[in-house]
Ligand binder design. Structure first.
Ligand code: PBG
Length: 324
């Protein structure tokens, strides 16, 4: 194959030819919509750094999830903003807490919609860390018990999938045992397997008021410089019986997505996180980029890198475009 006999342009000549040779396609089937559920009534507060995303109270959820379902999106993932926070994150595993109430409400409104819950105590702790704190340390093993309780509360409320995002060692196994021992053998685990200590979570922490009050998350989340370590993290989660793996964030870690996809055969998700969303929104608002085009190109790149599913704040808008 060489010029001038071979000309790559021939296969780009018309929309129909381009359609025939296209290698990757997005579909609403692969989108997961993150939602923030807040304590209280009649609440719909826009998150300032994530325009178009809201903190919704439980009574506002039904209309929203019906919309999500009508767009062909198969799943939502829930984050809770509790009534009160404390140093142990008690509201995280309260079976009558905000996320458990939200799960019941959503299952009532849309029984077939897949409900995933984020399992991590940082949104519920006054210190904003993902684990039990002693002095300036984040304790791994005592946190596992709380994560097990949290997963049980969510499964009891009817969650289909629990998604631990805390990055404690051994949490997938601890949650699996807690679920199995309590009759929730069919509740699946989506593990935030390779989760990096990233600056891209900024807007999310504003949304949940969950920024760590001291230090950072570098002792439990992964160093952005490491790729081989992601393989070890994923391998551990597979041994502990994770059902779905996740890489997070997505866009600055496309190499990791590709690597995990090539090396392992479990379903793979990628989280197009709040900062990735905020950058596109901000640039679009300044008239510097074409929002919809950049949104679709971003999602396509994450899928092309190897993600079978994408958690994204763009889910509704992307599904709308994909459905035409
Ligand atoms: C932890 C959690 C975080 C996100 C999802 N789960 C924040 C963190 O680790 O600090 C971030 C998601 C996003 O930025 O969109 N519960």
């Amino acid at each position: 194959m060489k010029f001038p006999q071979y000309r790559a342009r021939r296969m780009r000549a018309t929309p129909n030819i381009r359609r025939m040779v296209r290698e990757t396609r997005l579909s609403p089937d692969m989108l997961i919509y993150p939602m923030f559920v807040a304590w209280g009534k009649g609440k719909k507060e826009e998150i300032s750094s994530m325009p178009g995303n809201y903190r919704l109270s439980v009574d506002r959820l039904a209309a929203e999830v019906k919309d999500v379902e009508a767009l062909g999106i198969p799943a939502v993932i829930l984050f809770g903003i509790p009534e009160k926070k404390d140093d142990k994150g008690s509201e995280a595993y309260n079976p009558d807490g905000v996320v458990c109430r939200a799960v019941k409400e959503i299952k009532n409104a849309c029984p077939a919609l897949t409900v995933i819950t984020d399992v991590c105590i940082d949104e519920y702790t006054t210190h904003g860390h993902c684990g039990v704190v002693a002095g300036d340390k984040i304790l791994n093993d005592p946190t596992l018990e709380l994560l097990g309780l949290m997963a049980l509360a969510h499964a009891g409320a009817g969650a289909d999938i629990v998604a631990p995002s805390d990055m404690m060692d051994g949490r997938v196994g601890a949650i699996r045992i807690a679920l199995d021992d309590n009759g929730y053998k069919d509740t699946a685990i989506m593990s935030y397997a390779a989760k990096y200590a990233s600056g891209f979570y900024g807007p999310f922490r504003e949304a949940c008021d969950s920024a760590p009050q001291f230090g950072d998350r570098a002792t439990y989340q992964m160093d952005p410089a490491n790729a081989r370590e992601a393989i070890r993290e994923v391998a551990l989660d597979i041994v502990e019986a994770a059902d779905i793996l996740m890489v997070k964030p997505a866009l600055p870690y496309l190499d990791i997505i590709r690597m995990i996809k090539t090396q392992f055969n479990l379903p793979l998700a990628a989280y197009n996180v709040s900062g990735e969303y905020a950058m596109i929104e901000a640039a679009a608002r300044n008239g510097w980029i074409d929002r919809d085009r950049v949104m679709m190109e971003t999602l396509l790149s994450i899928h092309r890198a190897g993600a079978d599913m994408i958690l994204t704040y763009f889910a509704k808008d992307a599904a709308r475009l994909l459905r035409g």
